[in-house]
Design a protein around this ligand. Structure first.
Ligand SMILES: NC(=O)C1=CN([C@@H]2O[C@H](COP(=O)(O)OP(=O)(O)OC[C@H]3O[C@@H](n4cnc5c(N)ncnc54)[C@H](O)[C@@H]3O)[C@@H](O)[C@H]2O)C=CC1
Ligand SMILES: O=C(CO)COP(=O)(O)O
Length: 412
């Protein structure tokens, strides 16, 4: 007779966020939970920041005879009726087992896996709504591309989430233009998931920002402050293998690594690089110019990681999807790239293009450029990151896209 304890419970999954990438990842995991009924509950919850929307005529869900199409509806109700996020992921059929929920506290009720996927500007407010409502032994994965900067230093969003909610939080990031993945076009991604072994009561900090001499030592999520709760034994373990089952699809290939800081920083910092690529492309300077800013940008990503986060591995940036590959795809077709390019061509601000062209989608690169600059200037390190600094100064109107070559040129 088997002595293995039976895993009588199944993991319940909630995706916190329902934008372009939030809805896409929700689709991915909602497909996967059905393939692993011994691991996951079949229903996946998706928290929706509620708003009133109308179904556009271009949507497959548009039916002029239907009352749904004649007046505005709450987005969450529409998603549950037509199984399409008509505003943020139009044209994509979402699985029936994906349930949109406008109540953030209710959406995470009983969930042991929380996937955070919303623009980084909104994550703190979302955590306010989650505090006191989550399962204490839940585990998180942040798909958000950004960092948090405060007077204390720079912090990974996975750490911020983990500390706020008292849970372990890993990260997912890669060369992942959402619309392609939503259409089932093949891509790779990187999941960084490295919870302390057996959830001991005194886990070792894994990816704490370094340099206590510069007072950047913000407590990481997995540091002593957090008393992580062990996953009860009646749940299937949240091993690398089972995490992979949650995200890996035939069209979405997952590699699991341990470098949460490297994965998170690759995703956050490439958005600044993509803006620089948009600037030079918008000037009509061609692919060589774009390759030049990508080269410098990748070097600055690695340098930033190694300067401020003790455990970052340079190989994460070069070998994994979350590094060079994400820089490349973002500088070819990402929104930060496209908006910076359009803004340069039209002679308007990126904010104006974002407002007029993205239909409510939100750029991360403009705020990240400012946050990173705030941090670098507080450390007196702006000159060591000339591309990041150039992008910030162009956004501020202190420089022009045309200045990029001289701003990033290494002077003899
Ligand atoms: N879209 C993409 O191709 C990819 C995006 N990402 C990252 O995923 C994260 C989420 O991005 P997307 O899902 O694309 O978002 P999005 O750009 O589609 O943003 C819109 C979302 O923000 C929500 N929102 C607006 N105001 C809000 C508020 N006050 N509070 C809370 N939510 C509010 C909207 O309801 C909507 O769900 C970002 O960090 C992004 O960098 C990562 C990979 C690919
Ligand atoms: O992160 C992305 C691709 O990996 C998408 O980037 P944008 O937010 O610039 O569209």
């Amino acid at each position: 007779m088997s002595t293995l304890s039976a895993n009588t419970k199944r993991h319940r999954v909630t995706v916190v966020g329902s934008g372009n990438w939030g809805s896409t990842i929700a689709k991915v995991v909602a497909e996967n939970v059905l393939e692993f009924p011994n691991l996951f509950e079949s229903e996946v919850q998706m928290w929706v920041h509620e708003e009133q929307v109308t179904i556009p005529k271009s949507s497959p869900s548009y039916d002029p005879a239907s009352e749904l199409c004649t007046k505005e509806q709450p987005l969450s109700a529409l998603i549950n009726t037509v199984h399409e996020n008509v505003k943020y992921l139009p044209g994509i059929k979402l699985p029936d087992n994906l349930v949109a929920n406008p109540n953030i506290a209710d959406s995470v009720k009983g969930s042991t896996i929380l996937i955070f996927n919303l623009p980084h500007q909104f994550i703190k407010k979302a955590c306010d709504g989650l505090e006191g409502h989550i399962v204490p032994f839940a585990r998180g994965i942040s798909c958000i591309k950004g960092v948090e900067v405060s007077q204390k230093g720079v912090r990974l969003l996975s750490d911020m989430i983990g500390e706020r909610l008292g849970i372990y939080c890993g990260a997912l990031s890669g060369a992942n233009i959402a619309s392609e993945i939503a259409q089932g076009k093949w891509s790779e991604t990187t999941v960084a998931y490295d919870p302390p072994a057996v959830d001991s009561r005194h886990p070792t900090p894994r990816h704490s920002p370094t340099t206590s001499s510069t007072n950047l030592g913000m407590t990481p999520a997995n540091g002593e402050k957090i008393k992580l709760q062990a996953l009860p034994s009646d749940y299937p373990p949240l091993s690398h293998e089972n995490m992979k089952h949650l995200f890996h699809r035939p069209y979405f290939h997952v590699r699991i690594v341990s470098d949460v800081a490297g994965v998170s920083l690759g995703g956050a910092l490439k958005n600044i690089v993509a803006i620089a690529a948009g600037y030079v492309d918008g000037l009509g300077w061609g692919d060589n110019a774009k390759a030049a800013v990508m080269r410098v940008g990748i070097l600055e990503e690695v340098k930033f990681g190694q300067m401020f986060f003790s455990t970052v591995k340079a190989s994460t940036f070069t070998s994994e999807s979350c590094g060079v590959a994400d820089v490349i795809t973002s500088c070819m077709g990402g929104r930060n790239f496209r908006c910076a390019k359009m803004a340069t061509e039209r002679g308007v601000s990126i904010a104006e293009v974002e407002k007029n062209e993205l239909n409510g989608q939100v750029l991360q690169g403009t705020t990240t450029a400012k946050e990173v600059n705030d941090f670098l200037s507080s450390q007196g390190k702006e000159k060591e990151f000339p591309l990041f600094t150039a992008v910030y100064n162009i956004l501020q109107g202190k420089n022009k896209p045309e200045d990029i070559p001289s701003l990033i040129e290494v002077k003899d």
